[in-house]
Design a protein around this ligand. Structure first.
Ligand SMILES: [Zn+2]
Length: 459
């Protein structure tokens, strides 16, 4: 038996096999059930998410000897020949290589003849946006007066390049990227049938590298099986795709966040010795920092696709680190990435960014953020309690004082700092806490407020 790549071997053969596109397959099944079959369909969406596959299934559903039926039998002559690509009335045309007016005129001539096998004549035109303007005009003429029992299925990744006159004559279906969780389950199920074992780290890396395209994911799987046999691990995926290991990324990020710049530079040196390029390293760092930012800011959705191991690593790295701090570091590193694209020295750009990022904590007067964030939280809670318990008369007195101060103070760091400081001053009136502690808290609040002021988006 000849070797079949996974993308062909595991290709869905019925509407119910198509994953993550239920909004499309359900509508098509209903249309077939109620015999409301259109003349032209436009399937749009990213590459490798099932557009052409669905077009072939639709062709089968229409031309099956028991059809039209949403559940083609898969065993009749028509079904078998459509599956193998040998059906006379189901014609697949690549829009990129048949883009001229002559090809479309030829198509128009042939479309006039009835289907050789008595069913529907179905033209599947892939990458239809590649057609020339003249070719689109010729196509439009057919769509304006479509011959009986001729159906066009256009597939495109760029619907914006398809003329509005064509679009308005098509039933449009937008295919979506395949979510990692759905893709991961599909791959592990199919791999299981072939006795291929793939661990969760590997699965998560493959799904992420595919960018939501099943075809890309399955191509990676083909390479992985050639590369490491039937036992696929996260390490084999990292080696094959040249991915920087998550452990190393976590180490670098942790060093930067905890103000250990020198250690971060040492780790970069190690990574380069191991053969990663600066560009690979920066891209991987930006990706990892994004996960850290999502974790630090509690945006669970964005990190749900990580494997358990990676998730634990991300959470451990940002433990007690504020989202603002991560955001600043992310900005610096992605700024370095822009610098490199502008042609500046890659290594210096990365090292400078890492050092600047690691100094950031120190610049604001703290090396370990946890203590600070806790303090701020305590101050906020105390202030809240005080504002509820202070007797009105005291507040009034204090407010007069504050008003005077406000008039006197011409230059102020920022309204936010002033406001926060005032809350704490109010608290002093009644709480009777140690003054030194107050001053420390005030200073922390000023630093943190200053930090927020530096980052407009964080508000
Ligand atoms: Zn059939």
């Amino acid at each position: 038996m000849s070797y079949l790549v996974f993308a062909r071997k595991w290709r869905p053969q019925t509407f119910s096999d198509v994953i993550a596109q239920e909004h499309v397959t359900k509508t098509l099944c209903n249309a077939i059930d109620t015999q409301r079959i259109g003349h032209a369909y436009l399937f749009t969406g990213p590459r490798g998410v099932g557009k052409t596959t669905t077009a072939r299934i639709l062709a089968k559903a229409l031309n099956c000897e028991n059809g039209p039926t949403p559940d083609p039998c898969m065993v009749c002559d028509a079904c078998l020949r459509i599956t193998s690509g040998g059906h006379l009335d189901v014609l697949e045309i690549d829009g990129a290589s048949n883009r001229g007016i002559d090809e479309i005129r030829d198509l128009r001539e042939k479309a006039r003849y009835a289907a050789a096998e008595g069913g529907y004549k179905i033209y599947i035109i892939d990458e239809v946006h590649m057609l020339t303007r003249e070719a689109f005009n010729a196509l439009l003429k057919i769509l304006e007066e479509p011959p009986d029992k001729v159906i066009f299925i256009f597939a495109t990744t760029e619907p914006r390049k398809v003329p509005a006159t064509i679009l308005s004559r098509c039933q449009r279906f937008d295919f979506r990227r395949i979510p990692s969780s759905v893709m991961g389950k599909y791959i592990s199920d199919e791999a299981g049938k072939e006795d291929i074992s793939i661990d969760s780290d590997a699965l998560s890396l493959v799904c992420r590298a595919s960018g939501g395209s099943m075809r890309d994911a399955l191509s990676i799987m083909d390479q992985l099986v050639s590369f490491s046999g039937k036992n696929i691990t996260g390490d084999s995926v990292s080696s094959l795709l040249g991915l920087v290991e998550a452990d190393l990324l976590a180490d670098i990020c942790e060093s930067v966040l905890r103000s250990k710049g020198v250690r971060a530079l040492d780790l970069v040196e190690d990574a380069l010795v191991r053969g990663y390029s600066i560009e690979e390293l920066i891209d991987a760092l930006v990706g990892f920092l994004r996960h850290l930012l999502l974790a630090a800011s509690g945006a669970e959705k964005g990190i749900k696709d990580l494997s358990d191991g990676e998730l634990a690593l991300v959470q451990q790295t940002v433990a007690n680190v504020s989202d603002v701090h991560v955001l600043n570091v992310l900005r610096l590193i992605s700024g370095a990435s822009d610098q490199i694209r502008l042609g500046n020295s890659p290594r210096i750009s990365l090292e400078a960014a890492l050092m600047t990022a690691s100094k950031m904590g120190i610049a604001f007067g703290f090396e370990e953020l946890p203590a600070v964030t806790e303090k701020v939280a305590v101050v906020a809670v105390k202030a809240e309690l005080v504002s509820k318990t202070v007797k009105p008369v005291i507040i009034e007195n204090k407010q007069e004082e504050l008003k005077k101060e406000e008039e006197q103070a011409e230059v102020s760091p920022s309204p936010k700092v002033k406001a926060t400081s005032k809350v704490i001053e109010k608290k002093e009136v009644t709480s009777g806490l140690d003054l030194n502690e107050k001053e420390k808290e005030n200073s922390v609040v000023r630093q943190v407020s200053g930090l927020f002021d530096m980052i407009p988006e964080s508000r």
